[in-house]
Design a binder for this molecule. Sequence first.
Ligand SMILES: Cc1ncc(COP(=O)(O)O)c(C=O)c1O
Length: 414
Amino acid sequence: MIPYASIVRRLYGAVRATAPRPETPPEPLPFHRSDWSAELVAQPTAETTPDARAAFEAQFRETYGLQPDTTVALVGSGRTSLDLGLSVLRQARPGRRKVVLPTYCCSALIQPIADNGLTAVFIDTTEQLISTRDQYVEALGPDVLAVIVVNLCGRRLPTEDMDAIIRACRAAGAYAIEDNCQDTTRHHGSDAFDASMYSFGFAKPIRATAGGALAIRGHGEVAAAQLAGYADQPDHAPATRLRYYATRYGWPNNEIDTAEFSAARVEFGRVKMSALDITLAQESLRRLPAAQALVNSHSQEIWRAIQQNVVIRPRTAAAPPPRNTFVRWPIILPSPDIANLFWSHMNALGIELEGMYKPLHLTYEGEKIGKLAVAESIYTRIYNIPNRANLDRDALSRIISALRSFSTDRLDAR
Ligand SMILES: Cc1ncc(COP(=O)(O)O)c(C=O)c1O
């Protein structure tokens, strides 16, 4: 007689032999990746010296070719730089209450406009994800204080279009502001913007835990006086942010204290850029040319893969910007269904994607110029793939082969 235990063992063995082995999930390929050293993260140090600030400012001025008539204010974040800029400019032209900006851009631009008692006027975008010169110019009117020309994902208007917008603003008595938070190109036009804003947040080309700069022409004394009233950030805030980002985007499985992180997010208030962030941004700025070269070469490879895919190719018709410096690559899919499929496809291969913006006019109060139909259509079918400088060869190959193998077969079979 065969004992019961032996039957169970035999059956179990048979089941085990025939059951499909659970597939090992692919190694996650994170959208962002921190490259700060473990030593720095364990013991973040930076000296708060006026010299460190001055050295970073000098390096920054040189990178962007800022003229002597331009004041640089180093503040807590990109949005704080806009807050400072608008508050200075509105004092110079108090009768003007409107700020023109693309509806398709970072939502961080809204709060500074509202905090200055101004009204947002939204204009549409294009499939290039930037608004055109005509869209900006047509929105000008006697009550417009400023136009914010936003460079998104390293894409910017041709220099002559930028110049035309600056000229039109001058003629209409408005200020031209450039949002260069997602681009690192310097404007080589015949005239300069009245103000430019920069962000040194974690996901930006010049990376710190947070930070921003306002470069403003003229108005230097008013800007400096306002900046003098800004608070210093407590030392723990940048150190906590550093630990958080390094953990979240560096070593998976470490615990992330989100409550502690939230308490450290003081950078969006009227605060100065911290000493630690200046040190990090300075290092990032030093490495920028090498990082740009890498991002550019990744861009070319990704672009070739996109061109080989008949599903993605027709929509993403535009070549990457000539000096693509941004950490993400936006892909516009033909429909929301295909966009969902794309998301599942990339996720199944372990490749993390990021979503993109909701048009601001669908979310916030403000005025609209025209129908803004392009932005409303794009936002339902766009995803970003990683395009960071620290993608290694293996990660890049995985992205390229995932782009090549994407198809709509599953959708067509429904
Ligand atoms: C285009 C653009 N403008 C402004 C900002 C605001 O920068 P920050 O997050 O540093 O306030 C960001 C980023 O969030 C951005 O992407």
